[in-house]
Design a protein around this ligand. Sequence first.
Ligand code: NAI
Length: 259
Amino acid sequence: MTGRVDGKMSFVTGAAQGLGEAIAYMLAKEGSKVVLADINEEKLTGVEDRINSDFPGKAHSVKLDVTSEDQWKDTLNEAEKLMGGINILVNNAGIGGGSTVEETDYEIFKQVMAVDTDSVFLGCKYAIPIMKNYSPGSIINTSSISGLIAGHNMAAYNTAKAGVWMLTKSVALHCARSAYNIRCNSIHPTFIDTPILDAMVERSNSEKEQVMMKLARQVPLGKVGEPDDVAYTVLFLASDESKFITGAEIKIDGGISAM
Ligand code: NAI
């Protein structure tokens, strides 16, 4: 531990597993208090216990459905009380969606937009009025490489993640213009080995190892990413080391977008 976010107060959504869990653990390890938010209470408690057993008193968990405007308001107020403020927001919760425009039911499209994009809007809208009282602040929004590069069978996900990319820039400019001392950046991972890939494995009717190898072949670095590849990027953006970076997109894609 080197204390890169010592004294910070972080709110991380989708923290019950996968990237959110890795991000929350990393922020706590580097000195931040962390409020873990997720719709899955059971898994969330497990993550809270794990972090607190390694870094006592650093983590609290709150149940949040990121599509609910009321729950956002309540949980952010609760987090402010629990930690004594909020100055880092990681909008990480998200769901996948792999089908073409013709195959995608409108209900599914709206659900992907609600969980992946509306959630980021709500998080920024209601966290900024709190965060500006505890600046310097940093918002990290999880888009995807799919927010920058389209696929024929990613209609809803491409749309949702592209929305997160541009919303991030609008938020960054608003905060800069308002002199809030809050930065806002988006991150764009490619395939990272988390439970979100399980759906892809299921659809493929193949063993997980085979699917991972197939995905790895699409990445110039020749492998699928690890959750800590994303967590280290978030750590940098959350810390004051990145104090002149706002409105930027950081690709964590093993070189895919360079091709
Ligand atoms: P995951 O499926 O392992 O975890 C997502 C978490 O979000 C879960 O804990 C789930 O309970 C939570 N969640 C889902 N709906 C929610 C809701 N309505 N309210 C609150 N929490 C909710 O996924 P993973 O891989 O950790 O993904 C995290 C983020 O990273 C997502 O936004 C995803 O789109 C993005 N991403 C992931 C990539 C990957 O390959 N793993 C690649 C690019 C982006």
